[in-house]
Design a protein around this ligand. Structure first.
Ligand code: DCS
Length: 481
């Protein structure tokens, strides 16, 4: 009998090709160990609330009232909720046609798209058009939709940073395009090297690939760098010269842990550059409620904003978004609250500022504890986490460890991370899940464990690592990066 449509051998090959290491072998093993009763520290996913981060009060109050609108009719509502939360809940409910249980427009609620446009204008100093902003279930859905719109066949190439967040490699596989890698420069704090980028494009073209888009992740995941203004300018010039749409993944724009390079959006720099670049380069920028001091990953709120896309294309994107009917409406309200938080003078302003600052300042301290911890370990070097939520140390694995990994049929970094997991319960993602240069090994961990647990986690990592190196290191023929 021939295989049935959903038997493994007859599945869509693109589905089989998808790889997503953030929930891959290490995660599965960690889940097994947890079931067996081992204490696991899940640092594999940037999921702040899962590691104890508390939700901000004001947005939860507003969404609670939107979810339970009968509370607004309760004479005691003013005892339980501050007046600005009540007013805001009414404001959002009035935008819906039937509350949170009703589908919204497929692009999102117009009132919230306007709030997003106002936020972008305040941030960049250039007006933004709500008609060019679509709300999505987290940034992921927006990225997937844009890649789907761009990729026509396997000859269409997308320039993706390596290391990258595997949403990009996975989605390009799924839609049958070609990933064109460009390597970030670890020694230059994971900056862009345009000589290398041009080489990557030339190699792809020599294979008949049409390079159509370029992805940047700023601040970087897994690499944690904040791109300089000069880098982004050059990048936009490059996109102009090469006729590429720039996909700017800016989901970590609130997560900045140094003052030298504040976040500047690709959009602001594009407009600063003036014509012809500002009028020509097509740009799609992504943002989310999952990151920053919000960390509301489970709410699935996000948006993308399109610059220099013609109306016909926007219509096509709207049409395809319509097939999914509506982005989730509570997620849209979180997004509205994120881009329009309490203002000075509002009842909830002070509390909101205190709560959000506490999260951000603690993340900054944790970024330092982690980087310093890694750099104190034998054969480990690590760039400082300037932004985002991750640390990405390079682990200089001795040849004997590489051989031992081969013997058990594992990639060397997977071998190391599995041993780390078994010994300490720390669940990380091997660098190969994000891509890395041949023969160079990394792991990724989030900087999200509770600050008070951090010193013990780093001590346990150091003990494991230094013993591992002791076990496998040959005294000769091996050097640090
Ligand atoms: N872009 C980047 C660079 C991300 O890191 C993530 C999530 C997303 C987009 C999508 O997030 P949302 O769909 O929730 O908006 N980061 C994953 C990660 O590396 N760990 O946790 C999730």
């Amino acid at each position: 009998m021939s295989p049935r449509p959903l038997d493994y051998e007859s599945l869509n090959e693109n589905v089989k090709k998808v790889a997503y290491a953030v929930r891959g072998e290490l995660y599965l093993r960690a889940s097994e160990l947890q079931k067996e009763g081992k204490k696991i520290i899940f640092t594999n996913v940037g999921n702040p609330h899962a590691l104890g981060q508390k939700p901000l009060t004001f947005p939860r109050q507003v969404v609670a009232l939107c979810q339970a609108p009968f509370l607004l009719d309760d004479p005691n509502v003013g005892l339980l909720f501050p007046a600005d939360a009540i007013a805001r809940a009414k404001h959002y409910l009035s935008m819906t046609s039937g509350g949170l249980g009703a589908y919204s427009d497929s692009r999102g609620l117009p009132g919230i798209r306007k709030e997003v446009a106002d936020f972008i204008e305040r941030r960049d100093g250039y007006p933004s058009d709500p008609e060019l902003i679509f709300l999505t279930d987290g940034a992921s859905k927006g990225v997937m939709q844009m890649l789907n719109t761009i990729i026509r066949n396997e000859k269409d190439g997308i320039l993706v940073p390596v290391p990258q967040y595997p949403l990009y490699s996975a989605t390009i596989s799924l839609y049958g395009g070609s990933l064109v890698p460009y390597y970030l420069e670890e020694e230059a704090n994971w900056g862009l090297d345009f000589y290398n980028i041009r080489q990557s494009v030339a190699v792809a073209r020599s294979k008949g690939i049409t390079v159509r888009a370029m992805v940047i992740i700023n601040p970087g995941n897994p690499t944690g760098q904040c791109l300089s203004e000069a880098n982004i300018r050059e990048l936009l010039k490059f996109c102009f010269q090469e006729n590429l749409v720039l996909l700017a993944d800016e989901v970590y724009q609130q997560n900045i842990y140094q003052d030298e390079r504040p976040f500047i959006s690709a959009r602001k720099i594009l407009f600063d550059m003036g014509p012809p670049i500002s009028k020509e380069v097509q740009l799609v920028s992504f943002h989310t409620v999952s990151k920053g001091y919000w960390g509301e990953c489970g709410q699935r709120g996000g948006y993308f904003e399109m610059t220099n896309l013609p109306p016909q294309t926007v219509d096509e994107i709207y049409k395809v978004a319509s097939v999914s009917l509506s982005p989730n409406v509570p997620g849209q309200i979180f997004l509205g609250l994120m881009v329009n938080p309490p203002k000075p003078g509002d009842i909830s302003h002070l509390k909101f500022v205190v709560e959000s600052k506490a999260v951000l300042e603690s993340l900054r301290r944790r970024a330092h504890i982690m980087t310093d911890g890694f750099n104190s370990c034998r054969n480990v070097v690590c760039n400082f986490t300037e932004g985002a939520m991750y640390s990405f140390p390079q682990i200089c694995l001795p040849p004997k460890a590489i051989e031992a990994a081969k013997k058990v049929g594992k990639a060397p970094d997977v071998f190391y991370c599995l041993k780390l997991l078994e010994a300490t319960g720390i669940s990380t993602v091997p660098g190969s899940g994000f891509g890395q240069k041949e023969g160079v090994f990394h792991l990724r961990t989030t900087i999200l464990p509770a600050e008070e647990e951090m010193p013990a986690i780093m001590a346990s990592f150091k003990k494991f690592n230094d013993e591992f190196m002791e076990q496998y290191e040959d005294c000769r023929g091996y050097s640090r990066m």
